[in-house]
Design a protein around this ligand. Structure first.
Ligand SMILES: [Zn+2]
Length: 437
């Protein structure tokens, strides 16, 4: 049993109940009870008036791509010039393990407690998530390009089956299948994924959807349709689908996503940095689509910090709507927590601080001058707080970090391993640059 007291608690429950000064009792990894005032029994840990809120939910990530952070910056063709050759030649199981550990370390320090990941050698990602003590959905990617861990779709399905078997019944990690995108799988493969998903209702499907102009052009050329229609024709527009990006969505498509129970992962920084456009988040939410926040991989958005997503996500919608009042701060915090949990189909277990839910929570210090005074705590969270203000992170009732000290990993070792891989990448990059001259 863990008892926390003298805390300012944001529950993010349906009533958005706030407890100015309260306590919480945690048993067997679950929130047993919480209330106002002094703790009802002895032995409480004093939270010093700090903020407690649900851990953040990162609904779309490629954890191992932390190793590509800042690589080939501002180069338009960097995907084909650097990333794909590096993935083909240098991405191995140990490399994915090293990148995933770095990502877990970064996320725990930033207050992210749950992540949905899709990449290659995904069993390594699942193991890194489990060892770090985080909660995660780990998706084996399928694509028709030269993937580092499979040559054929049959092989990718076999890897997915092995992933499901390895994490069957795991308390923290759930296996998933991740068709890369409509243009890199096409309808027959997506149909096969839909059939697979039918047989595996506990395992979500993750996919990039309606992300780029190139994808729009591909769908028009090959199917005389828009991406959502292409996915619908394959039977993949179904509950359990986690669709990342969704920039090119009209109102009819938003209604279609909502009616089919599809969740959307919104990656504001990644989309902005690639110059791709602004996802119509407010329009989708008004249509009833569940939308969560996400970082994407660090190659695209440079950070796995969900605090860093909040302000851009807010500003983009205010710009789209030409209004200060669009997407209020409290709604962004819901998207970063309970609505993200809904996107992942996990809102029965996580996303808010309520009795019966998992004790996935973060403690935040409010004593930095940049944070005070506080009129609206949600505004403070969105526009003033930083990942480094998170002092403690708990998942499933277990502290992963206290006083900014990580308890489940050796940070120096994790960082050294990642830097070593980057050194190997650099040698390959120099060779690639020489071959281009
Ligand atoms: Zn992505």
């Amino acid at each position: 049993m863990t008892l926390l007291a003298n805390a300012r608690i944001l529950t993010i429950d349906p009533q958005m109940r706030e407890i100015e000064n309260g306590w919480m009792r945690i048993e067997d990894g679950l929130i047993a009870e919480l209330g106002e005032g002094a703790a009802p029994e002895r032995g409480a840990i004093d939270m010093d008036g700090d903020l407690l809120m649900p851990g953040m939910v990162n609904t779309h990530c490629h954890m191992a791509m932390t190793l590509f952070r800042g690589l080939g910056e501002d180069v338009d063709d960097r995907l084909y010039r650097y990333i794909l050759p590096l993935e083909r030649e240098c991405v191995t199981a140990p490399v994915v393990a090293a990148g995933s550990r770095l990502a877990a370390l970064e996320m725990i320090r930033g207050g992210v407690t749950t992540v949905a990941d899709m990449y290659y050698f995904e069993a390594e990602v699942g193991r890194a998530v489990a060892e770090a003590g985080m909660r995660g959905i780990v998706g084996q990617t399928l694509g028709d390009f030269d993937a580092p861990d499979h040559d054929t779709f049959d092989e990718a399905f076999a890897l997915t089956e092995a992933l499901v078997e390895e994490f069957d019944g795991h308390r923290l990690v759930t296996a998933s299948i991740a068709p890369h995108a409509p243009y890199s799988t096409d309808i027959p493969v997506m149909e096969r994924v839909a059939a697979w998903a039918q047989d595996h209702p506990q395992n979500p499907v993750q996919m990039h959807l309606a992300e780029s102009d190139a994808e729009m052009a591909w769908c028009a050329e090959h199917h005389d349709a828009r991406p959502v229609e292409v996915v619908a024709r394959a039977g993949l527009l179904r509950p359990g689908l986690i669709a990342a990006h969704c920039l090119h969505i009209n109102e009819a498509e938003a209604e279609q996503l909502a009616a089919n129970g599809v969740g959307v992962a919104h990656n504001a920084r990644s989309n902005g940095k690639a110059g791709r456009g602004i996802a119509p988040v407010e329009m989708m939410r008004a249509a009833g689509v569940r939308v969560g926040l996400a970082t994407d991989g660090a190659m695209s958005g440079n950070t796995l910090d969900l605090f860093a997503q909040l302000a851009p996500a807010s500003m983009f919608q205010k710009i789209l709507g030409h209004s200060r009042s669009v997407l209020p701060a409290a709604q962004l915090i819901r998207m970063a927590t309970v609505e993200g949990a809904k996107v992942l189909g996990m809102d029965g277990r996580i996303g808010s601080l309520e009795p019966g839910k998992a004790a996935d929570l973060i403690r935040i210090k409010l004593d930095d001058p940049r944070v005070q005074p506080i009129y609206d705590i949600y505004s403070t969270l969105v526009f003033a707080l930083m990942a480094s203000d998170v002092s403690a992170t708990m998942v499933d009732g277990r502290w992963l970090m206290r006083e900014r000290e990580i308890e489940t990993m050796d940070p120096a070792r994790v960082i050294a391993d990642a830097v070593q891989v980057a050194g190997e990448f650099n040698q390959r990059i120099e060779a690639l640059d020489r071959s281009m001259q």
